[in-house]
Design a binder for this molecule. Structure first.
Ligand SMILES: Cc1ncc(COP(=O)(O)O)c(C=O)c1O
Length: 494
């Protein structure tokens, strides 16, 4: 398999042809010392296959590099990097993974925003809980009581795997498999660190990771930061396209999915889809990362078994968080996995940040034990149920027939699919100018990609603003689908 860093990332926005981009990539790698004299470029066939190009395109890039005396092509030895006449290779000042992470950040498509001087009609953009729902006084009390009772201990170092009582409480609440076994729990700094630890402990740089698209946008940077190659797998409604997954399975090390209240679509994989996914994984040794950050926000129906509980191989790692059901500033989440997989993640965490704050963990345990977390979750669910109901009614009322949308059983967001020729980014930009914030679907796809989907988040928008916000969006859809609007073509999901 090719290392991700040994492959150029093609970007039409550069204005360069694919051959020019390939040549520029390897020229840069030689200049920075990433490729040293004597190193080989990947075979032409492999690069062509990985980038979906013809061999002739890659051949012409390599020919250019030979002409420029950057490499030499020898029968039987492949394409070899040449020395630079005694000059020491120039080393990049910072690590390649840092460059890649910065590259992703710099190029990430942004969220269209309203002009601060304009009236904001509805904010469907933010996925963070509404500050008005945060139990600030109860959190202050929990912190005070933790300090009063165990202050001296909590202000020192604690257990790197997490506060013992909190891990036991989390195991009792959530762990489907080996219920109550705290050795299956590692406390992390939010689900984001959970994802980071999964990638760092279960993959090697250069590995490929299958990702159901569209997906959580911070994953793109996380993959780049670990030198991992994203292998896209389309979604079919709430489920993965299993034929596509089976095809890529032999070359991927890990699969990342959000089976419950998927971000951005809000969809949940039903039990047959969960079983079918596990069947597709069969007895392979491919890891599964199950992101369950919104799973406590169910407003309808029954909780479903986690993929982990269905995984007879016990190679599924669940990442969870307090960010959506409580507040993201606590920066606490946790991983659930078999103890033998928790151990390497705990070791990596120890050398990354030693541990999560013992004081915050102890306060959180008090919020759990006193029932405040559950009460807060119940309130959040009631509010979300109302918001989803009003949102569905508003979409039904205002949207043209050509628009489709999801009807989630919970979670903070839903997905609206516009007619296939409408570019959601252009529409979201125009809506933002009229005081309605929505997130265009391209944010949830690797660059460069356009989308006809919009994520509408319900966490921060007030109940009263939903109808007016949807009405504005619908007006923009009508404008974009009027016979005089330019015709473009963008991919469909639903
Ligand atoms: C799907 C998904 N995974 C992980 C995270 C990261 O959550 P945390 O704040 O716990 O790091 C988020 C945050 O929005 C998310 O939507």
């Amino acid at each position: 398999m090719l290392r991700a860093a040994s492959l150029p990332m093609l970007d039409p926005a550069t204005g360069l042809s694919p051959a020019e981009q390939i040549a520029a990539h390897y020229r840069g790698a030689v200049a920075s010392g990433t490729l040293a004299p004597g190193d080989r470029l990947p075979p032409i066939r492999a690069v062509a296959e990985a980038l979906g190009l013809t061999r002739a395109v890659v051949q012409s890039a390599y020919r250019q590099l030979v002409e420029d005396k950057v490499v030499r092509a020898t029968v039987g030895r492949g394409t070899e990097v040449l020395g630079t006449a005694g000059a020491a290779p120039v080393r990049a000042p910072i690590a390649r993974v840092a460059l890649q992470a910065m590259h992703v950040l710099e190029r990430a498509p942004c969220q269209p925003q309203a002009d601060p001087s304009d009236e904001l009609i509805a904010d469907f953009g933010s996925l963070a809980p509404d500050p008005a729902t945060m139990p600030v006084d109860e959190i202050a009390d929990a912190l005070r009581s933790a300090l009063r009772e165990d202050g001296a201990q909590l202000l020192g170092y604690g257990d790197p795997a997490g506060h013992e009582g909190l891990r036991a409480a989390l195991a009792a609440r959530h762990v489907d498999r080996g219920l109550g076994d705290r050795s299956r729990v590692l406390v992390t700094s939010g689900a984001q660190q959970g994802i980071d630890l999964v990638l760092r402990s279960l993959t090697d740089p250069g590995d490929a990771v299958a990702v159901a698209l569209p997906t959580y946008p911070q994953l793109f940077g996380a993959l780049a930061a670990h030198d991992l190659q994203l292998v896209p797998v389309p979604m079919r409604g709430a489920a993965l396209d299993l034929d596509a997954l089976r095809e890529v399975l032999p070359r991927v090390r890990l699969v990342y999915v959000m089976p419950t209240f998927h971000n951005p679509t809000g969809l949940t994989m039903d039990l047959p889809a969960r079983r079918a996914l596990m069947d597709a994984l069969g007895d392979s040794d491919v890891w599964l990362c199950e992101d369950e950050v919104e799973c406590e926000l169910r407003i309808d129906g029954e909780d479903l078994p986690t993929l982990q509980s269905l995984d007879v191989r016990d190679r599924t790692v669940v990442v969870r968080s307090f960010s959506k059901g409580l507040f993201p500033g606590v920066r606490l989440g946790w991983i659930e996995a078999a103890p033998e997989w928790i151990a390497p993640m705990a070791a990596l965490k120890r050398f990354a940040d030693i541990e999560c704050s013992p004081l915050l963990q102890a306060a959180l345990l008090r919020l759990i034990d006193s029932g405040i977390l559950d009460r807060n979750l119940a309130t959040l669910r009631d509010q979300l149920r109302e918001k989803h109901r009003v949102m569905q009614a508003a979409l039904q009322r205002w949207m043209p027939e050509s628009v489709r949308w999801t009807t989630p059983d919970g979670g903070l967001s839903m997905w609206v699919e516009l007619p296939s020729h409408v570019d959601a980014r252009e529409l979201a930009r125009a809506a933002a100018r009229n005081g309605v914030i929505a997130t265009p679907g391209d944010i949830f796809l690797p660059r460069p990609h356009s989308s006809n989907g919009l994520r509408l988040a319900l966490s921060r928008v007030s109940l009263a603003a939903i109808d007016a916000g949807v009405r504005v969006l619908a007006e923009h859809v009508r404008e974009a689908t009027s016979p005089s609007a330019p015709i473009r073509s963008v991919p469909l999901l639903l």
